[in-house]
Design a protein around this ligand. Sequence first.
Ligand code: ATR
Length: 301
Amino acid sequence: MKPVYTLDDLNSRKTLDAGADKPALLAVLGWPVAHSASPRMHQPALDAQGINARYIRLEVEPGQVAEAFTRMRALGFIGCNVTVPHKLDAMAACDDVHSEARLLGAVNTVSFDKDATRGFNTDGPGFARAIDDDFGVSLASLNVAIAGAGGGAGQAIATQCVLSGVGKLVLVNRSIAKLGPLAGRLAELGSATQITTLPFDAASLADQCRMCDLIVNTSSVGLKAGDPSILSAVCLKPEHLVYDTIYQPSVTPLLALAAGMGCRTSNGLSMLLHQGALAFQHWFPAADPKVVLAAMREGLA
Ligand code: ATR
């Protein structure tokens, strides 16, 4: 068994399953992928449900996603998760893309069904569940500010906010040029959400953030040691719920600042957990969601 497999390992089942007690039937595709926590939650869930399958990491070069899908289908894989940078390519490589994934502009979950390769996105719904689970409030009831809304995670979460029907959505990004097309797409969804776009140096940033209930960091600021908080203290108030999609480190500079001001905080581990649980449900609709969630939570702990 290997910590990371490649396309070459998909040439035959003999190679793929050498030294393993269960057949590899599920995978996470990424580039790089060695750091992925997905096997840590999916394998315990498979085992808890008594499913004879192995969940592996598969390193796939950019441009090779369609080829990987073809080989996985030929080997009888049930499905896969897709992570950075393949979520757009995965959408193109599916025969059938669920409407929500199309709206979110990315596929993170694939089902190799008999008649078609189907693509879903569980990142957005996973985020909504994480907010519900961590803070005990429905996303729909909140006004939301997203810092770093121009990146992949930011766009998915912004779209989910509109689909959930939040009243006010503040999109903040360093390069403001990325927000125009996003705001245009969100407006086309025809919801009543009031959308504001602004850069970090806007004079109104603090006021706009303080008008919101939930602050979300979807930027990569906070990943590296020495990074500053993506938002300064003037943007925060004690009543804020503050969510950072980063989970390594578990307490980012933003979360430390917010917790110090008395805000309730949470990190991206819960979004990882819930997107995974929703993906599992696509592959195994008859699985017990409570058992799956508990097994995944323990695997990630
Ligand atoms: P993805 O792969 O999700 O698209 P990305 O391109 O690394 O990720 O960008 C993630 C987000 O982090 C973007 O919103 C990015 O801002 P820009 O669109 O302006 O590039 C944001 N980001 C990264 N470094 C940043 C920094 N130093 N200050 C503010 N935002 C930053």
